[in-house]
Ligand binder design. Structure first.
Ligand code: ADP
Length: 308
């Protein structure tokens, strides 16, 4: 079923609004800190107010009570979420609700933002990613990232993919490096298109090819998790479809966390969906459940197009 069909079907069968009256003290008042209405299912094992199920069958990355502040702006509030091995989880929600901020917590990219302060605990395969001996660069090899705008280095196609294995010392000699570059390009679905032009600049490729080059660069260092921050928003529909097909293939080997503003895309590529709203993780569940039977009114309003 398409999202439109799902949301239309949903709209017809929606229960009457359960929104509290405007003077309900639980709702807060305009200008106050956001206070979500209380929910029956609000308590999760990890604490917090998320409804649905923040747990994964095979948790690999676990975020517990994560908060992010940019100066005085409390951008992420008490977010807890488990990310499973080899699962695709989509982060959705209105612009500015903290999806990218949360994504960047997972490989400590927020460390690079001077005003950002992160609290809470995040583990990768059971180990705290903020522990003293964790090198953030090594972490970012295990938890790779693909950005909204393709950002190939100003280097050849070959050197873009070879860069990570070289700096992380993953290869012994040129033959091994060649192999890693070829495998990376092949896994990113790009090898056939570039194998005769590996010395040309990465920036000479089309937008969709550049994004697949960035994916090849990410997987060349053997990550375990790939973070994607709206990876298709700068691409045309054909290039988008190729990246989505690629996500389907890559999740056989990697956990993928994807921020997307497209609910259709979330429905196509993900197994679970996390809905963010004003810095809060409101609801997490199986993708079908979120789009056909969301528990929280805020989620329902968003997926039916009444908000956001
Ligand atoms: P989303 O990805 O859902 O659009 P973001 O994570 O980008 O949301 O933003 C969440 C909040 O954090 C917003 O209020 C935004 O202005 C703020 N924010 C995001 N990045 C930065 C930054 N680098 N410096 C300061 N504030 C930021």
């Amino acid at each position: 079923m398409t999202i439109t069909a799902m949301t239309e079907a949903k709209t017809e069968t929606l229960p009457p609004s359960t929104e509290p009256p405007p003077d309900d003290p639980e709702q807060g008042v305009a200008g106050d800190a956001i206070v979500l209405p209380e929910f029956k299912e609000q308590k999760t094992d990890l604490g917090g107010k998320t409804v649905g199920n923040i747990k994964s069958e095979n948790p690999f990355m676990v975020a517990e009570n994560v908060n992010v502040y940019y100066g005085d702006n409390h951008a992420i509030q008490n977010v807890s979420l488990e990310i499973g091995t080899k699962e695709v989880i989509a982060l959705i929600g209105p612009s500015g609700c903290g999806k990218s901020t949360f994504l960047r917590c997972l490989n400590r990219m927020n460390d690079t933002i001077e005003t950002a302060r992160v609290t809470g605990r995040i583990t990768l395969d059971g180990k705290d990613i903020h522990r003293k001996e964790q090198d953030p660069v090594a972490l970012r090899a295990r938890v790779g990232m693909v950005f909204q705008k393709p950002n190939p280095f100003p280097k050849s196609i070959y050197d873009n993919v070879a860069y990570g294995p070289r700096i992380h010392g993953l290869v012994a000699d040129r033959a091994e490096l060649d192999q890693v570059v070829h495998t990376g390009l092949e896994r990113a679905g790009l090898l056939a298109e570039v194998k005769d032009r590996l010395d040309e600049p990465g920036t000479s490729l089309s937008g969709g090819q550049q994004q697949r080059l960035c994916i090849a660069r990410t997987i060349a260092v053997n990550p375990e998790v790939i973070l994607m921050d709206e990876p298709c928003s700068a691409l045309d529909p054909i290039a988008t479809a190729r990246i989505e097909d690629l996500i389907d293939e890559l999740c056989e080997d990697y956990a993928i966390v994807i921020v997307t503003h497209s609910m259709q895309q979330a429905a196509r590529v993900s197994r679970r969906v996390a809905y963010f709203h004003l810095g809060l993780l409101v609801e997490v569940d199986e993708t079908d459940t979120i789009f056909t039977n969301p528990r929280h009114k805020l989620t329902e309003d968003y997926i039916t197009g009444r908000f956001g």
